[in-house]
Design a protein around this ligand. Structure first.
Ligand code: FES
Length: 108
């Protein structure tokens, strides 16, 4: 999952040519040189970090979600992240992390 002009998009669902002129941001692009993005920090603080396969997508989707729905409920967060699948664990701490980050007014 990457951000295309500020919206979370699954990179496997778009063609490179469709990105002409668009601003594409990866998980590396939201991470400051020192420290973490507030959403990354919230995932860490709430034990929402899972594996390196699913966590970047969760974080990128969560940032988009909070930016466009800053007062999302638990249910709305679960619905907003439903395209990000993890077969290993649960989503409880991820939802806690998104709620915590929303309280910190997460920005890109
Ligand atoms: Fe990443 Fe399950 S912890 S896919």
């Amino acid at each position: 999952t990457v951000h295309v002009d500020g919206r979370a998009v699954k990179s496997c669902n778009v063609l490179a040519v469709q990105m002409a002129g668009a601003e594409v941001t990866t998980i590396e692009g939201i991470t400051p040189a020192e420290g973490m993005h507030p959403m990354q920090a919230a995932f860490k603080a709430c034990h929402g970090l899972q594996c390196g396969f699913c966590t970047p997508g969760m974080v990128m989707s969560a940032i988009d979600l909070v930016q466009h729905h800053p007062h999302a409920t638990d249910t709305q967060i679960r619905e907003g992240l439903e395209g990000n699948l993890c077969r290993c664990t649960g989503y409880h701490n991820i939802v806690r992390a998104v709620l915590a980050a929303a309280g910190d007014e997460v920005s890109a």
